[in-house]
Design a protein around this ligand. Structure first.
Ligand SMILES: NC(=O)c1ccc[n+]([C@@H]2O[C@H](COP(=O)([O-])OP(=O)(O)OC[C@H]3O[C@@H](n4cnc5c(N)ncnc54)[C@H](OP(=O)(O)O)[C@@H]3O)[C@@H](O)[C@H]2O)c1
Length: 323
């Protein structure tokens, strides 16, 4: 496993982390033992960076992650755990309540990184009010560092201006070979400000693995309404998957490993946090580190993927609904 510095924190994190959203009903993995096997395999492979959120399974993901890390016998300073507080909880009293629940769920006395999961778009909470409350959690030792997930850069700036003694060290963003909007503003901003970018959906919810043949797509989970898997988009994704497969065969690597390798080559601050449902998947994910694509293969993917435009309005009805 490769390791890099996390923002300006001094912490060292594995070049690939593990997302824990999978341990929820949304992804159909609700058996603790199955989740523990995934987490254990990640630890064995040198992964020390784990991402969860208060809303994942309404605490189930945090509980599974915390319990597994304890049972595996990992020491507290051997792992870096990020969790996220939803935008709806970002008024000070809910912030103070929620962090207690989150720490109880995780079985930890502090969390390494607390991110706002998304901005508080429904409740009009003033940015500086919740920014200062989050900063208070750092002052009081409940949280080591702050981060922001799915925030526009302008709001990241405003949030940072509100802080007195601390700063934002991590941005968490959707970023994968076919969804590259983060490159336009966020990644250059993170590079300039020495922040780490946790790339979520780094393998496009499994679309970049090549195991889902077009025409036979049927999901019982969160992906049943995922635009990426709509035929209008997936036909474009699939052409890229074929290229991933072709390139991978030169290196003895699977499409998923090539896709992740391209991602870590895209910027020194990007740390993908893929999710996994089985230990064997973890083995493959970590096999994306320790080697690099050649410049010409990197460029081929760069150019091919740039031609893909994913449409997010594909489920919007075209005809009037019969009533
Ligand atoms: N901040 C945010 O708003 C936000 C949003 C989404 C996610 N996240 C974070 O990012 C993490 C990952 O993103 P994601 O959940 O969207 O999905 P992802 O990592 O892009 O895809 C994960 C899925 O791909 C499949 N997979 C994993 N490894 C594989 C392998 N080696 N071979 C074949 N298939 C494999 C698995 O599903 P199947 O086996 O069922 O195909 C797995 O559930 C989450 O766990 C969460 O921590 C954050």
């Amino acid at each position: 496993m490769e390791y890099i510095s996390l923002g300006r924190t001094g912490l060292r994190v594995s070049r690939i982390g593990l997302g824990a959203w999978q341990f929820t009903e949304a992804w159909g993995l609700t058996d603790y033992r199955a989740a523990k096997a995934v987490i254990e395999r990640a630890i064995t492979n040198g992964v020390n960076f784990f991402d969860t959120a208060m809303l994942y399974g309404l605490g189930m993901s945090e509980v599974f992650l915390g319990r597994a890390l304890r049972e595996i016998g990992v020491k507290r300073d051997e792992v870096v755990v990020s969790t996220k507080i939803p935008g709806e909880f970002l008024n000070p009293s809910d912030i103070y309540k929620s962090i207690e629940k989150s720490l109880a769920n995780l079985g930890l006395s502090y969390v390494d990184i607390l991110l706002a999961h998304w901005p508080p778009c429904w409740h009009n909470f003033p940015t500086c009010e919740y920014a200062r409350a989050l900063e208070k959690l750092v002052e009081l030792g409940k949280v080591s560092y702050l981060g922001l997930s799915d925030y526009p850069v302008e709001l990241v700036e405003s949030f940072r201006q509100c802080l007195a003694r601390h700063d934002v060290h991590v941005l968490q963003l959707r970023y994968n070979l076919v969804e590259r909007h983060a490159e336009k503003q966020h990644i250059p901003y993170a590079e300039k400000n020495n922040m780490t970018v946790q790339a979520w959906s780094p393998i496009a919810k499994g679309a970049l693995t090549g195991k889902y043949e077009p025409g036979s797509l049927r999901f019982e989970d969160i992906r049943s309404r995922e635009p990426l898997f709509h035929p209008d988009n997936y036909s474009k994704v699939w052409r890229l998957v074929e290229l991933l497969r072709e390139i991978g065969s030169k290196y003895g690597k699977k499409p998923v490993q090539v896709a992740l390798n391209w991602l870590i080559m895209s910027s020194p601050v990007v740390v993908p946090i893929p999710g996994a449902k089985r230990p064997e998947q973890v083995d493959e994910l970590v096999g994306a580190t320790g080697w690099r694509l050649s410049y010409s293969d990197w460029r081929l993917l760069e150019e091919e993927s740039r031609r893909i435009e994913i449409s997010y309005s594909v489920f919007y009805r075209e005809k009037e609904v019969a009533i």
